[in-house]
Design a protein around this ligand. Structure first.
Ligand code: F6R
Length: 611
């Protein structure tokens, strides 16, 4: 979803405010990239530059970074209301052109508000829901309120989700902010303060941040932060300052052509960091105890995180006697109905801000369930609302397609499953030690899997770039990985891809298979499943399929594959960690060979803060 940033700096400023906002927008571009713009207050006048297109193109055309002024705000858009266009790009202004706002989220009651404002004579320029906020502020300001009062009154009238920044030509040292259900973080700099949708936009200037909570409004100046909870009173900012560990380097490409490729190759490090983080955190054992006492366990998430959730459900089913119900977050209503006290929901979200997952979590909590969150972002919305947060330590993931966050999620969730089984007494000591030992080697396994397959992935991609459709088939514990492989290539290479349980393929999907049709088999290291998959491979080959096998180095099936993608012979429990990296590489190289930008796939945004 959209990215926003603002900076307040004094005349003695070290950095140019225009450049800070421009660079910040580039770092936030993963959140949306159909249009962008900036607004600055320069010598008592408001200047707005905006348009349709990518940020770097707009920089060439408009010179976004050249704006001066002690306050500058910026926005990069992922369209919801109104198509991507120059006029729908943010910032939006009021009728006088002296108030500008940027917004991430959705104003649900904008139609009613707009009708009323139009009746009062306001003239709207765009089709967005956002513009209504600029006119609302103007309405209060015109009737005599000071800028902050006018801003607050406008905020109290809007419904929906929002992270909003506003600037006034008449308040040239202040940026006003408000937050509900969309992320917003303040960065405390040296002689300046910043506010942005996400931490990577701030890292070049500070690591001291305040993650804003829902219902908070306030303003920043170059050396002051004022926060209050709407209708409740002031909040002491000092109580919420924390220092983030992420380095600037971790949020830049570091020599790779794309963030996605860098993040694929960061997996060994991310897995190690996650493992060490969990070892020193008692939360994993606490979570296992909560789960062991649960009446029923549900796990929910969206997209890639859902695949990690599915891996957890399958793992728990295999090593304990407990059934875990996985469900797609946006479908929560069908599941929350049956929830009662004693139930536990695990909500998995790398960003911690996905609206569908947040809504599912809230619905379960309202009905008395306990909530365990799994996220990569400390203090983000879902962990904050949970009874117990668990964190992966993958570092910032900027590529829109999830990569290292998936493998680290599956590591965390596998360890949780093993702890749960141990807490319940379902495992022998030797079994427990074997699983934990295998999971401890995750980094090494991912490292081998990447090193062995870069070249093969490039070769297979040469073929896949010419195809229109592809199947990913597997069984049992391999299925979430097959689903993840299909999602990845669909997202960034725009290749129609579907994942099926291999046994199901003969009940319909096989109808599409003809000479040269690509089928990727994800073969977990498990004799029972290998035997079943053997039959499925033969069915596909008999119809001319071109079979790519992602299988352990000691597989008995290698002679059947047209291409063998070899992965380490580890335990079944590490299947997502050994088998996913080559599938990510396949998607990456197919995308780049087709001339696409895998970091910014069309129609997608990294953190989906709308339902
Ligand atoms: C896939 C992808 C999305 C996300 C989904 C959930 O590559 O990036 O499918 O996995 O939007 O996001 P989080 O995990 O942030 O809740």
């Amino acid at each position: 979803m959209c990215g926003i940033i603002g900076v307040c700096s004094g005349p003695e400023k070290k950095f140019s405010t225009g450049e800070i906002v421009y660079k910040g927008l580039l770092r936030l571009e993963y959140r949306g990239y159909d249009s962008a713009g900036v607004a600055s207050v320069e010598e008592g006048t408001l200047r707005v530059l905006k348009g349709k297109g990518k940020i770097a193109e707009l920089e060439k055309k408009l010179g976004l970074s050249k704006v001066k002024g002690s306050v500058v705000i910026g926005h990069t858009r992922w369209a919801t209301h109104g198509a991507p266009s120059d006029v729908n790009a943010h910032p939006h202004t009021d009728c006088t052109g002296r108030i500008a706002i940027v917004h991430n989220g959705i104003i649900e009651n904008y139609r009613e508000l707009k009708e009323e404002l139009v009746r009062k004579g306001h003239v709207f320029k765009s089709e967005t829901d956002t513009e209504v906020v600029a006119h609302l502020i103007e309405e209060f300001y015109r009737s005599g309120d000071k800028p902050y009062e006018a801003f607050k009154k406008a905020i109290s009238m809007i419904k929906g989700s929002f992270a909003i920044l506003a600037v006034f030509a008449d308040a040239p040292s202040m940026i006003f902010f408000a937050k509900k259900d969309s992320p917003l973080v303040i960065g405390l700099g040296d002689g300046m303060n910043l506010v942005a949708s996400d931490i990577p936009a701030l890292l070049e200037y500070t690591r001291r941040v305040i993650t804003l909570r829902d219902g908070w409004v306030g303003f920043i100046t170059k050396d002051n932060v004022f926060i209050e909870e709407l209708g409740k009173g002031p909040v002491n900012p000092a109580d919420y300052v924390r220092v983030v560990e992420w380095s600037l380097e971790s949020a830049s490409k570091g020599g790779y052509q794309h963030f996605m490729l860098k993040e694929i190759h960061e997996q060994p490090r991310a897995l190690l960091d996650t493992l060490y983080g969990l070892r020193s955190d008692p939360a994993l054992k606490e979570a296992a105890e909560i789960l062991a006492e649960a009446r029923r366990i549900f796990i929910t998430a969206a997209g890639t995180s859902y695949h990690a959730g599915l891996h957890f459900a399958l793992t728990v089913a295999r090593i304990t006697g407990v059934l875990v119900t996985p469900f797609i977050a946006s479908e929560y209503e069908s599941y929350s109905r049956v929830v009662r006290e004693g139930d536990v929901l695990i909500a998995v979200s790398q960003s911690g801000e996905t609206m569908d997952t947040l809504k599912a979590a809230r619905a379960f909590k309202e009905r008395g369930a306990r909530l365990i969150a799994v996220s990569n972002i400390i203090d983000s919305a879902i962990p904050r609302e949970s009874d117990l947060p668990l964190y992966t330590r993958a570092g910032p993931e900027i590529g829109v397609a999830a990569t290292k966050t998936f493998t680290t999620q599956t590591l965390l969730l596998s360890l949780l499953a093993v702890e749960l089984a141990a807490t319940r007494g379902d495992l022998l000591k030797s079994e427990y030690e074997e699983y934990v030992g295998e999971l401890a080697k995750s980094s090494e396994y991912a490292s081998k899997s990447l090193a062995w397959n870069e070249g093969v992935a490039k070769k297979v991609s040469e073929m896949l770039r010419l195809k229109h459709s592809i199947y990913y088939l597997s069984r049992g514990i391999g299925l979430p990985t097959a689903m993840e492989g299909a999602l990845k290539i669909k997202e960034i290479a725009y290749l129609h891809a579907e994942a099926y349980p291999a046994g199901e393929s003969k009940h319909g999907p096989i109808a599409l298979v003809e000479e040269g049709f690509p089928v990727v088999f994800v073969v977990p290291r498990d004799q029972y499943y290998e035997k079943l998959i053997l039959g499925n491979i033969q069915e596909m080959k008999a119809r001319g399929a071109w079979v790519v096998g992602v299988a352990p180095e000691d597989t008995s099936l290698r002679d059947l594959f047209d291409v063998f993608i070899k992965v380490p012979a580890s335990s079944w429990i590490t299947t997502p960690i050994t088998h996913t990296p080559p599938l990510q590489l396949l998607a990456y190289y197919t995308s780049t060979l087709k001339g696409y930008d895998p970091d910014k796939p069309r129609n997608l945004a990294k953190t989906v803060t709308v339902e």
